[in-house]
Design a protein around this ligand. Structure first.
Ligand code: BES
Ligand code: ZN
Length: 441
């Protein structure tokens, strides 16, 4: 008999014994909180969370603006009033400034044209002959001369940025990309990686594009003018905030990290994304200030997440090798209060379990009766921590609400029960870790 086969009945016996021993008085199996954790849960204040939320959501908190700074000042003041010293970690980041105006004129073309710029469209004010360049692939430019001209290209399967680069390499001065039928032309991005090599690019609808193609078939050369004004990449300043709770008894030198980004996108009060995570981390900082712990806990508030995880990248880049080694767990809270989102999810960069997911899943089981399965997800500040080798996970209600990143992301759309649920799960998990001696290998 193989070892595996013998193991199964043994495990069955153990699990029957464990079930018999661990069943609570209510007859429900599974992990339970101890007295201290139960008291912790009772003392969490949803009123505190909500009052922080109403302060934070007064204005959008766009990275690099004075309103992001005001949010940082509010958080700093709150943390100081709880007795924390607050480290302000300033940093610069590069951001794309959208054009203040854009336009397209095609000589003698009957009918209106309403082009849209892309995120990362470059500035330009160019005139030239408009040329139908087919699908705008390299092979097309072997037959069609676009040098010094404006290329009209049908979008098919090739990435937008590649079409822009192909036209640029072929010598075009600007490019008009017309989209497949039914595809909206607003809010697309070319990505920033090749920004320096782009030529001015505008998007047109299928209807506009095909009408222009017909118009060009006339045979007579058609001149056009493309104008994009005010688009650029410039430097902006943001800041992270760090409040550290030192261990009360120095039984090990692990560090537990918990963070949230406090910036928002433009025009959005960013209640769910991410005043929610910010307010919960603030409340947990208040709670843990007076609780004895055997590990250091760092409460982190990241700036400029929405522009590309700049705050968390900066913070991780300043950690020493020793600090990284000592960092046992990183909890990232982003979008933790929406009443319109799905269930609570725990996401990691590789989709697999780690210290954070295991302890939090157990906490959820004790609190709500079920463990939480770990999902894949890389769209927030846990990413740089994972990349540095730290066990990190994102807490998020998923699938996310449809109105995220819009002016509709307001405090009225949040659920107190959902916010406090995350505060309980993450709080009791940190509680568990700070006394469990989970020293990193
Ligand atoms: N809170 C979102 C993360 C998010 C949004 C996760 C929707 C899952 C679904 C975050 O603030 C965000 O918008 N992140 C950016 C990526 C980042 C690298 C700029 C995103 O997902 O577009
Ligand atoms: Zn977010």
């Amino acid at each position: 008999m193989t070892r595996k086969k013998m193991l199964f009945p043994f495990l069955l016996l153990i699990s029957i014994l464990m079930t018999a021993c661990s069943a609570s008085s209510s007859g429900v199996e599974g992990p339970e909180f101890d007295k201290a954790q139960t008291e912790f849960i009772q003392e969490l204040s949803v009123e505190n969370i909500f009052s922080s939320l109403s302060e934070l959501t007064k204005n959008p908190r766009v990275a690099g603006t004075s309103s992001e700074m005001q949010a940082a000042a509010f958080l700093t003041a709150q943390l100081k009033s709880e007795g924390y010293e607050v480290e302000v970690q300033p940093f610069d980041f590069e951001r794309y400034v959208i054009p203040e105006s854009h336009g397209l004129v095609v000589e003698d073309f009957p009918g209106p044209l309403s082009p849209a710029p892309f995120q990362y469209s470059v500035d330009g004010n160019v005139d030239g002959q408009l040329i139908d360049a087919g699908y705008g692939l390299k092979k097309d430019y072997k037959k069609i001369d676009v040098k010094g001209k404006i290329a009209l290209v049908a979008v098919d399967k090739t990435a937008f940025y590649e079409l822009v680069l192909f036209a640029s390499e072929a010598g075009a001065k600007a490019i008009l990309l017309y989209f497949p039928d039914e595809l909206e032309i607003d809010n697309w991005t070319l990505g920033r990686e090749h920004f320096k090599d782009f030529i001015p690019a505008l998007a047109l609808t299928y209807d506009e594009g095909t009408k222009l193609v017909e118009f060009l078939k006339n045979g007579t050369p058609v001149s056009a003018a493309v104008k994009i004004k005010g688009a650029r990449i410039d430097k902006a300043a943001s800041q992270n905030l760090i409040a550290t709770k030192h261990p009360t008894s120095e039984t090990d030198d692990d560090i537990i990290l918990i963070g949230a980004h406090y910036d928002s996108v433009d025009k959005a009060p960013g209640a769910s994304d991410n005043a929610s995570g910010t307010a919960v981390v603030l409340e947990l900082a208040r709670m843990f200030k007076t609780i004895p712990t055997n590990k250091e806990i760092r409460f982190l508030f990241f700036g400029a997440e929405e522009e590309g995880l700049h705050g968390s990248e900066k913070y991780v880049s300043t950690l020493t090798k020793d600090e990284i080694k000592r960092s046992a767990a990183m909890f990232n809270l982003d979008m933790v209060g929406s009443a319109d989102a799905g269930d609570l999810a725990i996401q990691t960069i590789d989709g697999s379990d780690n210290v954070v997911t295991k302890v939090a899943s157990k906490a959820n089981e004790a609190l709500n009766g079920d463990p939480i399965e770990t999902d894949f997800g890389d769209r927030s500040d846990h990413t740089p921590f994972h990349n540095a080798g730290i066990d990190a996970a994102l807490f998020i209600y998923d699938p996310v609400e449809e109105w995220y990143h819009t002016p509709e992301d307001t405090i009225e759309k949040l659920s107190k029960a959902r916010l406090v649920n995350v505060a309980k799960i993450v709080g009791t998990s940190i509680f568990e870790l700070t006394f469990s001696g989970t020293t990193k290998e």
